[in-house]
Ligand binder design. Sequence first.
Ligand code: NAD
Ligand code: UDP
Ligand code: UDP
Length: 311
Amino acid sequence: MRVLVTGGVGFIGSHLCERLLNQGHEVLCLDNYFTGSKRNVVHLLDHPYFELIRHDVTTPYYAEVDQIYNLACPASPIHYQHNAIKTVKTSVIGAINMLGLAKRVGARILQASTSEVYGDPLINPQVETYWGNVNPIGSRSCYDEGKRCAETLFMNYYEQNNVDVRIIRIFNTYGPKMSVNDGRVVSNFIIQALRNEPITIFGEGTQTRSFQYVDDLLDGTMAMMNNDGFIGPVNLGNPGEFTMLELAQEVIDLIGSSSKLTFLPLPQDDPKQRKPDITLAKEKLNWEPKVKLKDGLVKTISYFEDILSEG
Ligand code: NAD
Ligand code: UDP
Ligand code: UDP
């Protein structure tokens, strides 16, 4: 098959491109390089079935493809808040363009939605039927509402135009190929601990997140794309729930770091808890995450050790 991956040089996108090529597919990797790096796919550039295209999804794009993974969107709060209007455009206009493309060529299209559609959730764990608790005018809303609107568009194109859609709601995912400047918690803590610098805990560190290793996410994502009949939305995440203090301690212990904790203000609207209910994914996709936090952290630490030693 010919598969289009938007956001293909990003953290998740670059892993996905590699897997698709390994399965024998032809890959069109489209990215505007806002947060992604060519470095993530440099080893794929000589592959005869890999095509790298600099393109922004907010402008129309024409190609003949069989499947589309729509991943283009900055995912780290510091990056998506850098230009909030652009973030909304990427999610909303980007979705419209990719859905228009899918409609024209009859391709199946998967949207990388997010646990952020649940906002600062009032129920724990979060189940797909929960409508969420999102501040529509807060500093996270460009991302949360953009992704919520993209889900709306996916369902509208499905119902009005019979576009073959899939929607996954991704919970916090980490692993090799995250950018050193990404700013999300796992990469921040690992880099700080490797440098023996203070670990930056936002707030008191009692907020929780559930961390999923990238390989598990890709298994679920591809199972969702290639299943017939179940369109989602479906949660993809690891139900193991940890406070940021617990995460910091685990990272310090695994690295043997001398880093101390430093406490910084909690950003506005920072969700207090997050944990996926994955009953639906288990039932429909026979999927559940396999990689324990500790094992995933070891692999990610090893990646950042290599990156930092390169200078
Ligand atoms: P990332 O920032 O590493 O990758 C996003 C990619 O999209 C980057 O390569 C960036 O340059 C590209 N991009 C951004 N705006 C674009 C535009 N207008 N046109 C073309 N390309 C554009 O982030 P990631 O963690 O790999 O996330 C990938 C997708 O998964 C995103 O849609 C994100 O919202 C979603 N997601 C990720 C997580 C997570 O924990 N990693 C959780 C929930 C959802
Ligand atoms: N589009 C695109 N590539 C295509 C087909 C459509 O980028 O191969 C864009 C097109 O520019 C439009 C959007 O997708 O802005 C939505 O397309 P749709 O056909 O749904 O809407 P319309 O063109 O009727 O506004
Ligand atoms: N966080 C932190 N220190 C950091 C970066 C993030 O304590 O250096 C906290 C942040 O406030 C949030 C959690 O870690 O409560 C996860 O943040 P991240 O940006 O990784 O993802 P998100 O908030 O989107 O889940």
